[in-house]
Write a new protein. Structure first.
Length: 293
């Protein structure tokens, strides 16, 4: 990321600083980002033509999120922590400050199978200067986050069933009747370009994910409806991270499709947008009978 600087939150920046302004670059050392991952990196601050007195350092992973009404906002999901937040950088010198953080398990994944899904997730850095003018240095770096193994296995399974087109966004609402503590959920919209799935040419998956695995919530697609309760009803199936590459997750996905069709036939209002979703095809926490396959 190129160095960036922003003035203008106050008055009175001196001439030497304006000729050779300070610069900030946020560098990420962690090579592969996934939900739950520990993240490390360093801030590189160059003082330019004047001494810098740093008053505060704020690092926030932020995302563009739809509110239940559909309005887009930018909100932070967590904070990262710099090793120090108050220090000086003499004119003409550079200082590097380590930082660390952890992505929550419910962090959205931005990429799958080498392709971006459309989720805008970034690390926003702000350094506040004690210069009497309220000067703030900023830098924003897009974060590429891969899905955890259970989520990847579920998406691969639907790909095996023909759902090869995928995109996603983030919504400021909770997955209802679940143990999720997240205030956001991430629907992934799937479509079958071959038209092979006559009942459901388009689907929507949401994931309640933790350190053990994920619960996959499957429903008919409603990308223009954002509130969880206003979407069509769901069926669900679990996948553990350790099962990825071993269990027949494609069979579970196919079974979930059958359950979804049966559920909507039995409860047709649940299949419609605005149908106050929440219903499920089964209350059994393991809907496949017997042990996991």
């Amino acid at each position: 990321m190129a160095f960036r600087t922003l003035f203008g939150e106050g008055e009175g920046t001196d001439d030497s600083a304006s000729v050779d302004p300070p610069e900030l670059d946020t560098r990420i050392s962690t090579l592969t980002l996934r939900p739950g991952a520990e993240v490390s990196g360093r801030l590189v601050i160059r003082a330019g033509g004047a001494d810098l007195r740093i008053g505060d350092v704020v690092l926030q992973p932020v995302a563009r999120i739809h509110q239940p009404s559909g309005t887009l906002i930018t909100d932070h999901l967590t904070f990262f922590h710099a090793s120090i937040v108050r220090f000086d950088v003499p004119a003409g010198t550079e200082r590097q400050i380590p930082y660390t953080g952890r992505l929550p398990w419910y962090t959205p994944f931005t990429d799958f199978d080498g392709r971006a899904l459309g989720v805008d997730f970034s690390l926003r850095t702000r350094i506040v200067l004690n210069d009497g003018a309220g000067t703030v240095l900023t830098d924003t770096d897009f974060l590429h986050v891969d899905p955890l193994p259970a989520v990847e296995a579920a998406l691969d399974a639907f790909g095996e069933l023909g759902y090869l087109e995928r995109y996603s966004h983030l919504v400021k609402d909770q997955i209802k009747d679940s143990e999720s503590i997240s205030e956001e959920y991430q629907p992934v919209f799937l479509s079958d370009p071959s038209g092979g799935q006559a009942d459901f040419p388009r689907l929507e998956l949401a994931f309640d994910t933790n350190a053990v695995g994920t619960i996959c919530h499957l429903r008919a697609s409603a990308p223009d409806v954002f509130a969880w309760d206003d979407k069509p009803g769901t069926v669900w199936f679990p996948v553990a991270h350790h099962e990825a590459g071993k269990a027949d997750v494609t069979a579970r996905a196919a079974r979930a499709l059958e359950e979804l069709a049966a559920f909507y036939r039995l409860h047709p209002k649940k299949a419609r947008r605005g149908g106050r979703g929440r219903g499920r095809a089964t209350q059994d926490p393991w809907p496949y009978g017997g042990a996991a396959t």
